[in-house]
Design a protein around this ligand. Sequence first.
Ligand code: COA
Length: 133
Amino acid sequence: MVDDWWGGRAMAAMLPRLFIDHFAQTSYVVEDADGRLAGFAVAFLSPDDVQTVYVHFIGVDPALRGSGLGRELYARVAREAKAAGRSRIAAVTSPVNTTSLAFHAALGFEIGPVVPDYDGPGEDRVPMTWTLR
Ligand SMILES: CC(C)(COP(=O)(O)OP(=O)(O)OC[C@H]1O[C@@H](n2cnc3c(N)ncnc32)[C@H](O)[C@@H]1OP(=O)(O)O)[C@@H](O)C(=O)NCCC(=O)NCCS
């Protein structure tokens, strides 16, 4: 569902199985009453930046958006980050993903600026950081 949930963008290759096999302790899945996937967040404790939890992917079923599930997923990540002694959450998004930018801004993330060629030639990205209190 990743490409579908990301509006048809080719994103699935950025979420290979290794994230599920090796980062499940810090990742979350929400199912509806019938066991269907409603949303998920894939995150991990940065080994290099020991103050940071990095959120690699967060997604909510398009039919369930706008009801607070994304915010709740981040609240869970934030709780676990604090419990692990981390003081910030970092994520990176594409400048074209205006939904992601608005969502992260609404949650209190510091947004940007855009870093040209962040992920290679022409692959600009926007770093986003949430300082936990
Ligand atoms: C981004 C995404 C996870 C948000 O999930 P959601 O469950 O709809 O978000 P919530 O309902 O919890 O909204 C939380 C806040 O973000 C804001 N927000 C969410 N989507 C928004 C949008 N499209 N435009 C403006 N603000 C938005 C909400 O207004 C809300 O703020 P508020 O509580 O102050 O009103 C969801 O749209 C999604 O899965 N998008 C596709 C995948 C993606 O781009 N993921 C992020 C990059 S990895």
